[in-house]
Write a protein that binds this ligand. Structure first.
Ligand code: BTN
Length: 234
């Protein structure tokens, strides 16, 4: 266990999924805490997809108490923002794709899986870092972008610290900053919701967490109802 500046990060060689591991440890470790693993043998993505999690990537999950109604969405947007800002600080100009993917050009670098159980929220970050091959064809890694290898402990510490700060911020503060850094604004998109797909220009994300989409008419779609979003060139 590394304990610096109040951040508890448990480092494992292997686990099924760090999102599962934090829930198993919930009564044994003081919350908030993080688990990071070198390898996940059952890494999970959104919508029940598999997340390829071999050695070289940053696979970590933070476990937090749910204090407000919008905490889940706050961590969803906030952790994408933290990863984006950490990468910018390292000189890597990646971009946030709505709702919480981090892309480099048209390849995925980072995915985030936020899960709530009872009054707890798991914030799972999967960042492709030192892998020499893309985990899947539509993805990339920091090594493939810059040719450099990175210290995973340093990354875990900085991203973990950023996520702890999100915990202390209000949803409004987080949404404001997230929106300023959201690359999807202005793009032509297809938005999939439980009641069907809508096409148009992603105009904005307002402070009440609605996506404003300009199609045949202006659609106001609660962010929670966006199941999936595809960006494409006209
Ligand atoms: C996605 O884009 O589909 C989300 C991927 C989230 C992957 C991370 S890796 C750490 C944590 N543990 C998991 O099993 N999943 C998340």
């Amino acid at each position: 266990m590394e304990e610096k500046d109040e951040i508890r990060i448990i480092h494992l060689k292997e686990t099924d999924s760090t999102n599962e591991e934090v829930f198993r440890l919930k009564d044994k470790v003081k919350i908030p805490f993080f688990v990071r693993a070198d390898v996940q043998v059952k890494g999970r993505g959104r919508y029940g997809r598999v997340w390829v999690s071999q050695e070289g990537g940053l696979w970590m999950t933070g476990l937090f108490e749910k204090k407000g109604e919008y905490d889940g969405v706050k961590f969803m947007f906030g952790s994408a923002l933290v990863v984006h800002k950490t990468l910018l600080y390292m000189g890597i100009n990646a971009r946030i794709k709505f709702p919480n993917d981090v892309y480099y050009k048209d390849k995925k670098l980072c995915g985030i899986l936020v899960e709530e159980r009872e009054n707890l929220i798991a914030v799972g970050i999967g960042l492709n870092v030192n892998q020499k091959e893309p985990p899947i064809p539509s993805s990339t890694t920091l090594y493939l972008i810059t040719g450099k290898t990175y210290d995973l402990e340093f990354l875990a510490y900085n991203i973990g610290k950023g996520i702890m700060e999100i915990d202390r911020k209000s949803i409004r503060e987080v949404v404001r900053e997230y929106r300023e850094n959201l690359s999807t604004i202005g793009k032509t998109v297809n938005i999939f919701t439980p009641s069907g797909a809508l096409e148009g220009t992603f105009e904005d994300l307002d402070v009440d967490l609605n996506v404003i989409l300009r199609g045949d008419v202006i659609y106001v779609i609660p962010a929670f109802e966006v199941l999936h979003l595809e960006e494409y060139e006209r």
